[in-house]
Unconditional design. Structure first.
Length: 133
C-alpha cells in the first residue's frame, strides 16, 4: 500500500485522499480490521486532553529527516499531536512549507542556542478541532 498513506503515528496509518482499486480497498480494510493497537480517535483524544490539561504528556512524536515533514503536517492537521521532538533537517523542511500550528517561534526545550535561525527541539502543538464529549 505504499503511496496511499502519509506515514503512521503509533501504528495508525494516516491515509492519503487517493482513489483506490477494489483490491487495495480490501487490503486496507483487512489491515485496519485486524489492527489491535490504538486508533486515530484514541490519539486525537489523548492529544486534546494534553492540550487542555497542561500536565498530561499527550501524544509525543519523535521524528528525524525532511521526509517526515508531510506526515507531521497531516498528523497536526488531524489534531493527533501534542508534542514533537525533531531534528534540524525536519524543522527546516517544516518551516519551508506551510507551517503547522505546532511549530512555534521557539521550542519549549531547544537543542541549539537561541541564535539559531531554525530551532530543532521539542515543539508544543495545538489544534482547532473540538474535543468530543
Amino acid at each position: 500500500m505504499p503511496g496511499t498513506y502519509y506515514g503512521d503515528v503509533g501504528g495508525v496509518f494516516l491515509d492519503r485522499p487517493v482513489e483506490l482499486s477494489k483490491e487495495m480497498q480490501t487490503k486496507r480494510a483487512t489491515v485496519n480490521r485486524h489492527w489491535m493497537g490504538v486508533r486515530e480517535n484514541h490519539l486525537y483524544l489523548c492529544a486534546k486532553r494534553a492540550i487542555l490539561n497542561h500536565e498530561a504528556p499527550g501524544v509525543i512524536v519523535f521524528a528525524m529527516g525532511e521526509t517526515r515533514a508531510e506526515m507531521l503536517r497531516e498528523a497536526n492537521r488531524r489534531g493527533i499531536l501534542s508534542r514533537m521532538v525533531i531534528d534540524q533537517e525536519l524543522a527546516e523542511a517544516l518551516r519551508v512549507g506551510s507551517t503547522p500550528s505546532c511549530l512555534l517561534n521557539e521550542p519549549s526545550a531547544p537543542l541549539n542556542p537561541p541564535s539559531t535561525a531554525i530551532f530543532p527541539g521539542i515543539f508544543s502543538c495545538s489544534s482547532n478541532r473540538q474535543v468530543p464529549q
